[in-house]
Design a protein around this ligand. Structure first.
Ligand SMILES: Cc1ncc(COP(=O)(O)O)c(C=O)c1O
Length: 279
């Protein structure tokens, strides 16, 4: 695979990151995982908006670099002959120049990709984990930064507990999101998902699902959901660029997943259509 590494096109095994890149030294970076369907990036504009918003939050000045991403990604997709894949774009604050907290270097962009692992055997198990036990910083608006240690530790603990994914509960008892996914519930025909004000990542697929649900005539509510309420939900699923809509269960929860299955199919259809820029 050809990797794009800060202006150079290199085979993956020869790609390198400068030792003093701020992203490597301090996690001073942001990233996006973008779905490529039939050779086209799915909702690239939304991913770039989210990256821009993250850059504003961490005061990273890189409008020029952001503007270059669509054409670099296009070349990346064609050079690697990608049909269906997950492309990963990373922007770091670049090679450390001056003090680490005031580095004046230009941001650096890296692009790689991996294949999509379709999960067909659902519902998958989730466990509720307390956010306070993991080093997770919640900004509002939430950012997709290079600091994913808490998310990764929680994911590992969830797997050790026989689950596919953790679902976090914050200090106030509200459900927020998963380690690398958003979470949805359905109750009495209403689609519910934790509100962004909790510092939840505005998932590109989260947005897409809300649109698809509205098209299906479902009411959609971004709300505050306390953990005690989840047992009374009719359905539950998680969402991300990688898994799309994935129905979930936790110990003691049973569901027919009627609406979830419809939304899952609608999303797969949208992916398979190769639709890229619809908003
Ligand atoms: C913490 C977190 N929440 C939600 C998501 C889902 O976002 P998207 O739908 O854009 O893939 C991700 C994706 O990586 C994530 O890391």
């Amino acid at each position: 695979m050809l990797i794009y590494a800060n202006g150079k096109w290199v085979e993956a095994e020869h790609a390198s990151i400068p030792f003093n890149d701020q992203g490597f030294l301090y996690g001073d970076s942001l990233f996006e995982t973008i779905r490529v369907n039939r050779g086209k990036p799915f909702r690239l504009d939304k991913h770039l908006d989210r990256m821009r918003s993250g850059m504003n939050t961490v005061h990273m000045d890189g409008e020029f670099q952001l503007a270059e991403i669509p054409s670099i990604l296009k070349k990346f997709i064609s050079s690697n002959q990608l049909e269906n894949a997950l492309a990963r774009i990373i922007i770091t604050r670049g090679v450390s120049t001056g003090t680490p907290w005031r580095s004046t270097a230009d941001p650096a962009i890296y692009i790689s990709s991996r294949s999509i692992n379709e999960v067909t055997d659902w519902p998958v198990k989730v466990v509720f984990l307390e956010e306070k036990n993991y080093p997770i910083l919640r900004f509002h608006p939430a950012i997709k930064s290079g600091n994913y240690l808490g998310n990764m530790l929680a994911k590992k603990d969830a797997e050790d507990a026989g689950a596919f994914e953790p679902v976090f509960v914050n200090r106030d008892g509200y459900v927020t999101e998963c380690a690398i996914r958003n979470v949805f519930f359905i109750k009495d025909g209403i689609l519910l998902t934790p509100a962004l004000e909790l510092g939840v990542l505005p998932g590109v697929i989260r947005d897409t699902i809300m649109e698809l649900a509205q098209r299906r005539g479902l009411k959609v509510r971004e709300s505050l959901i306390i953990q005690d309420d989840v047992m009374n939900m009719d359905e539950a699923f998680i969402s991300s660029t990688g898994v799309g809509v994935l129905p979930v269960r936790w110990d003691g929860f049973k569901s027919e997943y009627t609406h979830s299955e419809v939304l899952r199919k609608d999303l797969i259809e949208l992916f398979e259509s190769g639709e890229s820029y619809v908003t």
